[in-house]
Design a protein around this ligand. Structure first.
Ligand code: PXG
Length: 296
C-alpha cells in the first residue's frame, strides 16, 4: 500500500485519513479563517514569501492572530513538503479562528488552528488548456470591496462556488464574475486579462478581485517581454470583442479562453500573446530566484 500523505495540524503530523479538525472549529462553523493555495515546481515553492505575506495580510484584515511568525510559518510549509518527500506539489495553507463554542463570537476562540496540506499535483497539460477553455459571465456578482471582499483570501468562498455551479450546469469550463457595477472582475479562482491591439488589460483591484500572485508574476513577465499591461475597467462588450482572453491563477497557471457565453473569442484558439506567456510561465516558476527551495 502506498504511504499516506502527512498533514500538519497545530504542530503535529497526521496521516491524511486521520487529519481532522474539531466540529467546533469556527473555520467550519462560520467560514471564519484565511487560506492560501501554493504550488511547488521541481523542488522550488513558487512565490512562497508572497503567499505567506498575503496570508498574514488577510489575517490582519479579519483580526485573526496567527500564533506563529512568518518565518516559522515558512518553515512549517517547507517541513511539510520534506516530510512528504515532495518536489512538485499543491500546498494548502489554512488558518482558522480555531475552536470556540456555538456562538459566532470570535472572542470564544482562544487559539487559531493552523493546517498545512501538501499533496501531489498532476503536471499534465489538459486538452482544454491547449485549445482554450469555455466560460460564461455568471449572474453571481463579486462582493463589493467591503467585509466579504475577495481581496481577503478568506474561507468564505460561497460566492465563487455559486458561480462555479452555474458553469457546471451550463456545461462550460469556467465562470467569470462581474463587479457590482457590471465590469469584469475575475474568475472563480483566477484573475483575468484581455488583449487588444497587442496591449494587455486587466481589471483594477477595486473591483474586489483577489490581488493574484500569479497575475502579478505574469504582469511582470509580460512587461519584460515588451508588452504593455494596463489596469482598466473592462466591460462585457470589451471582453466579447477582445483578441485574446486568458486567466491566471496558482491552480490554473495561464489558461486561454476561447469562448464566452457562446461568443467566440478572437480566432477561437489561443492567441499569440497568451501562447507566448504560456511558453515562458513554466520557466518562470522553476527559476530559483522566484521562489524558495525545499531541499538545499
Ligand atoms: N481570484 C480568486 C478569487 C482566487 O481564489 C485567484 C484569483 C488567483 O490568485 P493566485 O494568487 O493563486 O494567482 C484565486 C486563487 C483552490 C485554489 O484550491 C484557489 C486558489 C488558488 C489555488 C487553489 O480552490 N485561488
Amino acid at each position: 500500500m502506498e504511504k499516506e500523505l502527512l498533514v500538519y495540524i497545530d504542530g503535529e503530523y497526521y496521516p491524511k485519513s486521520k487529519a481532522k479538525v474539531s466540529v467546533y472549529d469556527h473555520g467550519l462553523l462560520y467560514g471564519d479563517g484565511v487560506f492560501e493555495g501554493i504550488r511547488a515546481y521541481s523542488g522550488i515553492v513558487f512565490k512562497l514569501k508572497e503567499h505567506v505575506d498575503r496570508l498574514y495580510r488577510s489575517a490582519h484584515t479579519i483580526m485573526l492572530q496567527i500564533p506563529v511568525t512568518k518565518e516559522e510559518m515558512t518553515k512549517i510549509v517547507l517541513d511539510t513538503l520534506r516530510k512528504n518527500n515532495l518536489k512538485d506539489a499543491y500546498i494548502r495553507l489554512v488558518v482558522t479562528r480555531g475552536i470556540g463554542d456555538l456562538g459566532l463570537n470570535p472572542k470564544k476562540c482562544p487559539k487559531a488552528t493552523i493546517i498545512v496540506i501538501a499533496d501531489t499535483i498532476s503536471l499534465h497539460k489538459s486538452e482544454a488548456k491547449e485549445k482554450g477553455v469555455t466560460a460564461m459571465l455568471s449572474w453571481v456578482k463579486r462582493d463589493p470591496v467591503d467585509a466579504t471582499t475577495h481581496e481577503i483570501k478568506s474561507l468564505n468562498y460561497l460566492n465563487s462556488i455559486l458561480a462555479k455551479i452555474e458553469a457546471n450546469i451550463s456545461n462550460v469550463d469556467e465562470a467569470i464574475c462581474l463587479d457590482k457595477n457590471g465590469f469584469i472582475c475575475e474568475g472563480v479562482a483566477e484573475n483575468m486579462f484581455i488583449v487588444k491591439n497587442r496591449r494587455i488589460f486587466t481589471p483594477p483591484s477595486y473591483t474586489g478581485a483577489l490581488p493574484g500572485i500569479t497575475a502579478e508574476a505574469v504582469t511582470k513577465l509580460a512587461r519584460k517581454l515588451g508588452y504593455e499591461v494596463i489596469e482598466k475597467n473592462i466591460t462585457p462588450y470589451e471582453l466579447f470583442n477582445a483578441e485574446e482572453v486568458f486567466f491566471t491563477g496558482t491552480a490554473a497557471e495561464v489558461v486561454p479562453v476561447r469562448e464566452i457565453n457562446k461568443r467566440q473569442i478572437g480566432s477561437g484558439s489561443p492567441g499569440p500573446i497568451t501562447k507566448r506567456l504560456m511558453e515562458e510561465f513554466p520557466k518562470l516558476v522553476r527559476d530559483p530566484s522566484e521562489g524558495t527551495p525545499i531541499y538545499q
